[in-house]
Each structure stands twice: as C-alpha cells, then as structure tokens.
Write a protein that binds this ligand. Structure first.
Ligand code: DHK
Length: 170
C-alpha cells in the first residue's frame, strides 16, 4: 500500500474539475443584441441550458462572461490548474487576439471554440480565428444549442460520456 501522502496526491489528481465556459465581449447583450443573428435567449438562459446539459453528462461547468480581453486571458491561465477543459466563445476577440491564443496554448487543456452564429456566412473579417489554432474543434451556427453540443463534445473528449450517462441514470 503506498504511503498516505501518495494516496492523497493520487486522489487529488483524479478529482474532476469544472469545464470553464468563457464568453467574451458583447455576449452579455444576448437577447437584445441583433436578435436576427444571435437569437432571443439571454446569456442567463444560455448558462442555464449549458449547466443542465453538463449535469446530465456528469460534468460541472464554471460559466463566465467578460468584455475585457485581459480578464479572459487571466481566466484561461486559471483554467490550467482549475479546469478540465475550456469552451470559449471569445466574441470579436476570436478574430483579433493573439494574447488569447497564447493563453490557450499555455493552458494545455482541451479547447472547444464556439460561436452562436455561422461566422462563415458573415463578413470576411469573421472568417479568420486565432482561437482555432489552439482548439480541438469548432462549433458554430447552431445558436444557443451550440453550447450544449460543445459540452457534449467536451465530455466525449474527456472520455466521460459513458460514465456521465451512467451517473445521470443512477
Ligand atoms: C460573437 C461575436 O460577438 C462576434 O464578434 C463573432 C460570435 C461571432 C458568435 O457568433 O457567437 O464574430
């Protein structure tokens, strides 16, 4: 039997951590902002459906929004120790922020890039993403449902889909 300190370390290492679901600038305006593009659900509605889906998969989420690029960078840095994965809708910083790309690369966590709208049907300046270079995959164009799809994809990436389903049935 390994010594107690080693057993505690083992337990700490295997403790599941939340998925950080990070939202960038102007996403606090959901519901009133260009509803033809972003829909009528508020960010609070989106948070609720994300948490419900995650719970069903046996995952916890830490859902946050900031209009400040540096705050998003700080949260991504925090994710390195405090999260099992990052789902990121970086808003317009998707198309501009090397700082966010660098933070994602340094985090060494699975990253899913997310957009409510289909950015490829929109202006050409939205077609390039710095986030993509650090992401396992991209979900865009499915509106708020994209957050649920991202949680499902993250659960799969983390190999928790089956155990999560078992837990939710128990
Ligand atoms: C949200 C934004 O705020 C835009 O700047 C992006 C993204 C698209 C979205 O579709 O969720 O270009």
């Amino acid at each position: 039997m390994p010594p107690l300190s080693a057993r505690i370390n083992l337990r700490q290492r295997s403790m599941p951590k939340p998925i950080f679901v990070l939202n960038g600038p102007n996403l606090n305006m959901l519901g009133v902002r260009e509803p033809a593009v972003y829909g009528r659900e508020t960010l609070e509605d989106v948070r609720r459906r994300t948490e419900t889906r995650a719970k069903g998969l046996g995952l916890a989420v830490d859902f946050r929004q900031s209009n400040v690029e540096g705050e998003l960078v700080t949260w991504i840095q925090e994710a390195r120790a405090a999260a099992d994965g990052i789902i990121l809708n970086a808003g317009a910083y998707t198309h501009t922020s090397i700082a966010i790309l660098d933070a994602l690369t340094a985090a060494e966590k699975p990253v899913i890039e997310l957009h409510l709208s289909n950015v490829f049907r929109r202006e050409s300046f939205r077609h390039h993403s710095y986030v993509s270079a650090a992401a396992q995959g991209v979900i865009c164009g499915f509106g708020p449902m994209g957050y649920e799809l991202a949680v499902e994809a993250m659960a799969d990436l983390l190999g928790k889909l089956d155990s999560g389903r078992r837990a939710s049935k128990a």
